[in-house]
Design a protein around this ligand. Structure first.
Ligand SMILES: [Zn+2]
Length: 165
């Protein structure tokens, strides 16, 4: 048995086994050797192609082993470098969000919502007209400034970025 690499007139490459070197010529002349891809009977021996193919594979595997050797060195730090700032940002961001959320939650837990009566209530507490208690509510920027000017301690409630809209 002899194996030939064959090439049809549509440039399909395929391998075929023949009983001997003369068998291909004989079968080919009788139109018995057909391309398995396009059924063309115009098939010639592509003797050079296996060597070319092997050279490609060798070159490829050489390049492959080279890039494999380089891969852990060149590629390993890369994703780490790419990931690190992202991870840091995410961690920082998540930590900040967590802090704000906790603080926000604490304020909500420990304060009494007086709504728009906030400036009035704050003044009353400050004047001692009402027992001291932590309150929260809404105040305009002007009202808040006036309260601060009067020496009444107020703080803006932190909001999460996505809760502003
Ligand atoms: Zn073909």
């Amino acid at each position: 048995m002899i194996r030939y690499s064959l090439l049809c007139d549509n440039a399909h490459e395929f391998d075929s086994w023949f009983a001997n070197s003369g068998a291909f010529d004989d079968q080919s002349e009788r139109g018995l050797v057909a391309c398995p891809f396009c059924d063309s009977a115009h098939v010639t021996k592509a003797i050079m192609s296996p060597r070319v193919a092997r050279a490609h594979i060798e070159a490829g595997s050489e390049a492959g082993s080279l890039s494999q050797q380089e891969a852990p060195v060149a590629d390993a730090p890369k994703p780490a470098e790419e990931k690190r700032p992202v991870a840091l940002f995410d961690e920082k961001h998540a930590a900040l969000r967590h802090m704000i959320r906790e603080l926000h939650g604490k304020i909500m837990e420990t304060t009494v919502d007086v709504g728009s009566r906030f400036p009035e209530e704050a003044r009353r507490i400050h004047d001692g007209a009402t027992p001291e208690q932590p309150i929260r509510g809404q105040a305009t920027a002007e009202e808040a400034k006036a309260l601060l000017d009067e020496g009444i301690g107020i703080l803006p409630i932190p909001t999460l970025p996505d809760e502003r809209n």
